[in-house]
Design a protein around this ligand. Structure first.
Ligand SMILES: [Mg+2]
Length: 422
């Protein structure tokens, strides 16, 4: 694998408050070039390439001083984030890790690369949920995380999707670059990804909550500097585990209709948006773990549930909040009912109080259960949390509240979050 850093942009918004080019601006005691060299050295990457344009000489002088074996390409006119990769002297082999030159990150490179290989992907996009979906490139994924639709930023309307935004980090099979034209301005998102999708190439989304933030504007730059001082960012790349607040869905986020076929996830309780905003701002992930036996019972299809979750994520995105992920169990154990879907009428290991979904989330996102919480409203939630060593909090359940004690039982999600996140 080779590494390409794309840092040719003018950084117009950035230059209004900083004299230095973005990649050389103060970033703790270092700058972004140092960060990219660190990624290069620590991940058995064969070669590192810089694609420069504006301010190229200043950046090149800095790179030379560092004495790292790398190659610099300087464009004479702006060719965009993909156009710059078309150069007769640039012939990468295998896979190319591409990072936009305004990205501050401490992501797990090996995990990203393993995923790319496992999916036999042509392009893998690092994606994460986002609280400003209208001015972000958004993807819609299928169940296998393959990209089925790509929406370019600055749309007026938000189509329903998983509200997953591209983060400025890509893994690209080198031969996919042949889809690009010579000497024309082209972008990775608008051109390379869109063309690859049209040609039915294998494009996948890699969902991760590792720290990835662009610092292209004053507000975002200072946010990154603040994050550097907190535990959100760890320059030393220690193996880091995330903390999560696991949420049951029905009866916690949305009203639960007793004896009803399927509760509408958009029927949210008051205070849910405010609570999610608080979680999103904290160091906790918000992950839904829900049983949806209505699928096995034949009341709704699995596709219907997936779609309703996409609609929920889109609704939340429009309110500038997000759920990091939603895991659901479609099963139910008792057979022999009219209209049931036999495929899902099984004894599974994911229906709470079993902990299959929690283990899946833990593995996918490197979550430390001991530092996490589970907020639910049923015995199954409580048992799943206890079995996983996650601290349970219960809402609206009198029987459980006697068991768990007053300190851990509340009347709404809003009340718990107010207690947990000061
Ligand atoms: Mg519930």
């Amino acid at each position: 694998m080779d590494l390409a850093i794309i840092a040719g942009g003018k950084g117009t918004r950035f230059s209004k408050f900083s004299k230095k080019p973005k990649v050389l601006s103060k970033f703790g005691k270092k700058n972004l070039v140092d960060l990219y060299f660190k990624i290069f050295k620590e991940n058995q990457i064969k070669k590192i390439f810089f694609f420069l344009g504006h301010n190229a000489q200043i950046i090149e002088r800095y790179i030379e001083k560092k004495n790292v074996n790398c190659k610099v390409f300087t464009e004479k006119r702006a060719l965009g984030t993909a156009g710059c990769l078309v150069n007769k002297n640039f012939n990468p082999k295998g896979d190319l890790l591409v990072i936009m030159g305004d990205i501050a990150t401490n992501f797990n490179v090996k995990k990203f690369y393993d995923y790319h290989k496992k999916k036999n992907s042509d392009i893998t996009l690092f994606v994460h949920p986002n609280d400003h979906p209208l001015d972000s490139d958004i993807v819609n994924l299928d169940e296998d995380s393959r990209v089925i639709k790509f929406y370019s930023k600055n749309r007026k309307k938000l189509f329903y999707s998983d509200n997953l935004a591209t983060a400025g980090i890509y893994l690209i099979k080198a031969n996919i670059l042949k889809l690009l034209k010579k000497n024309i301005k082209q972008d990775i998102s608008k051109d390379l990804i869109v063309t690859s999708l049209k040609r039915k190439k294998r494009v996948f989304g890699y969902k991760s909550f590792d720290y990835v933030k662009d610092m292209g504007t004053k507000k975002r730059y200072f946010q990154v500097l603040r994050d550097l001082k907190t535990k959100k960012f760890d320059f030393k790349f220690k193996k880091k585990n995330h903390k999560a607040i696991f949420l049951d869905r029905d009866g916690v986020l949305n009203r639960e209709k007793k004896n009803y076929k399927y509760s509408n996830p958009l029927d949210l309780y008051p205070g849910v948006i405010r609570s999610l905003k608080k979680i999103n701002k904290s160091n906790y992930l918000s992950i839904v773990i829900t049983n949806q036996p209505a699928i096995a019972k034949g009341f709704v299809t699995k596709e219907f549930v997936i779609k309703s979750h996409k609609i929920l994520q889109t609704f939340l995105g429009n309110k500038n909040v997000y759920l990091n992920d939603i895991f659901f169990c479609p099963h139910h154990p008792h057979k022999g009912f009219k209209g049931e879907n036999k495929k899902y009428k099984i004894v599974c290991n994911c229906r709470k109080p079993k902990i299959g979904l929690l283990l899946k989330a833990k593995k996918q996102y490197d979550i430390d259960f001991k530092k996490s919480f589970f907020i639910g409203n049923s015995e199954a939630d409580y048992k799943a949390a206890i079995k996983s060593n996650i601290k349970p909090y219960i809402i609206n359940n009198k029987i459980l509240s006697d068991k768990i004690g007053q300190k851990r039982s509340f009347s709404s999600l809003h009340q718990v979050i107010k207690y947990l996140i000061k």
